[in-house]
Design a protein around this ligand. Structure first.
Ligand SMILES: Cc1cc2nc3c(=O)[nH]c(=O)nc-3n(C[C@H](O)[C@H](O)[C@H](O)COP(=O)(O)OP(=O)(O)OC[C@H]3O[C@@H](n4cnc5c(N)ncnc54)[C@H](O)[C@@H]3O)c2cc1C
Length: 477
């Protein structure tokens, strides 16, 4: 037995350490089942002080640390890799809500809090916590911070970093960096919070965060819209932004193929509207005026009138408006199940990419055509947060292809799509991060100067390469 196990038990007690192979195994593979590795143990601290002690212990015994929250990440960042002795540091038991400060409209939470539990706690206090994604029943807020998660409300509230006012983190030195004052303005030197947010566990272990709260929407209006033309989608987005301002909360796009896939795996959903349309949009507006139905009528009227205008001019093919909050939730359930349906497919290549909204239509047109020309029949499962310029552009084998089709073509397909992303000035990772999945493309994508800056930051904060080695950046050991 490795010496670290006894030392971890001394620090965390028997209940705080898993080391039997069958107990550790579930933590050693990722949500999609495409990455796996080995760890000596899973350490489960309950306090920031314990996290600091574990880091010091790992320093002393030369054991690497892979931080892990809910293990819902989609790029292998929380999965151990390589032969170096390493442990998984699970933040799940560090899960207290430290404070809800309604006067400051903030909440301070520990990293292991499950996202949905935060939403529910905040709702019970009468406020609103806007971060929302399909994995919210399992992902942790520490993981959301470490990946700068996006989700379905970015259009109005921004990414995780935009709603975070400060964090607490344990550094590779074992020291605790703490900035949890809940300040909305603070220009005192470098922005260390934003350096750690999105660093995927490579620069520090996030133990807590303080977040902005918002007024709770009174109710929502939502519509599903059948549409063929991506340029018309972008025009509709701008029209709604012009007419509804930031009452427009979500503008999601689902291709016909992505809906067919979802209905095949989850037959409880019916295809909601016009079957032949190339795309279906899910549009949501929120009404923030607390008093009465006239305000919700106004928001609903903006949506109805705009869609009517687009129907009349033939820019959209069909539209269905939700008639109740329950129906709004039904619309979202379909959208949320696309990733789950995709995970049930045997082989697929995921691209979580972003563009200037003005370039999205050209990217899709050009890339769809080139892919079909080179890989005839390839299924393009394209959906995403169109309002944020973010596509989940995923590829599956042609319907009648052999089972090893994706394996055989993965490299060529990936390089082709990445070349297209470069051509249209996009990003190879809009919200999921780099982890292990996109690591080999990072230097080329960001360029030498940016990459070297990242290497220098990693060396300065983690000179012994203790934290999540070989994730985001290749280790230089
Ligand atoms: C069905 C589904 C839908 C999804 N939808 C979205 C979406 O809409 N938008 C989106 O952005 N993502 C989405 N994701 C991806 C994923 O849920 C997010 O990346 C989430 O933020 C990860 O949180 P987690 O707690 O599961 O982190 P993990 O998977 O455990 O870890 C992710 C990364 O963060 C690091 N990490 C975790 N906790 C800490 C910590 N406390 N300190 C330092 N590093 C840490 C890990 O080392 C790893 O690199 C989805 C995933 C699934 C399965």
């Amino acid at each position: 037995m490795h010496a670290i196990i006894q030392r971890l038990q001394d620090c965390l007690g028997l209940a705080g350490v898993l080391f039997e192979k069958e107990d550790v195994a579930p933590y050693c593979k990722d949500w999609r089942g495409i990455f796996s590795g080995d760890a000596l143990a899973v350490a489960m601290p309950k306090t920031t002080q314990q996290v600091a002690e574990i880091v010091q212990l790992c320093q002393e015994l030369h054991v690497k640390i892979v931080p892990q929250g809910g293990n819902t990440g989609l790029c292998g960042g929380a999965t151990p890799e390589g032969d170096a002795p390493q442990i998984i540091l699970s933040l799940k038991r560090l899960n207290q809500i430290r404070e809800i400060d309604l006067a400051n409209q903030t909440i301070t939470v520990e990293a292991g809090c499950i996202l949905q539990s935060i939403q529910e706690k905040v709702a019970a206090s009468g406020a609103f916590f806007p971060l929302s994604l399909a994995a919210q029943g399992s992902c942790t807020v520490g993981g959301n911070l470490a990946t700068n998660a996006g989700g379905i409300n970015v259009l109005r509230y921004g990414n995780t970093r935009d709603i975070c006012l400060g964090i607490e983190a344990v550094l590779a030195s074992g020291e605790v960096y703490s900035h949890l004052k809940g300040l909305r303005k603070d220009n005192t030197g470098y922005d260390l919070k934003n350096l750690l947010i999105g660093s995927e566990g490579t620069l520090g272990i996030i133990t807590a965060g303080v977040f902005k709260l918002f007024p709770s929407p009174f109710d929502h209006s939502a519509a599903l819209v059948a549409i063929d033309d991506v340029s018309e989608m972008v025009a509709l987005l701008h029209e709604l932004q012009r007419r509804a301002g930031n009452e427009l909360c979500a503008f999601e796009m689902m291709s016909r193929e992505s809906l067919e896939l979802t209905i095949r795996h989850f037959p409880e959903f019916n295809r909601p509207i016009f079957t032949a349309a190339k795309y279906t949009l899910l549009i949501e507006l929120a009404n923030f005026e607390v008093d009465n139905s006239s305000a919700s009528n106004r928001v609903q009227a903006v949506l109805e009138e705009t869609l009517e205008g687009y129907l009349v001019k033939g820019a959209i093919l069909d539209a269905a408006l939700a008639t109740s909050e329950a129906q709004v939730n039904e619309f979202w359930a379909i959208r949320d199940h696309i990733t789950l349906a995709q995970a049930k497919e045997p082989g697929n290549i995921k691209f979580d990419i972003s563009f200037a909204i003005s370039k999205i239509a050209s990217f899709i047109k050009s890339t769809d055509a080139i892919l079909q020309q080179k890989f005839n029949g390839v299924q393009i499962i394209n959906f995403g947060h169109l309002g944020d310029g973010n596509l989940h552009y995923n590829l599956c084998a042609p319907k009648d292809a052999k089972s090893d089709y994706i394996l055989n073509h993965e490299k060529n397909m990936t390089e082709l799509v990445i070349a297209q992303i470069q051509l249209f000035d996009g990003s190879i990772s809009a919200e999921h991060g780099i982890g292990q999945l996109k690591r080999e493309y990072l230097m080329h994508h960001r360029g030498r100067v940016a990459y070297q800056m990242m290497v220098a930051i990693k060396k300065a904060l983690d000179p012994d390469n203790l934290l999540n080695p070989n994730k985001v950046l290749f280790s230089e050991e």
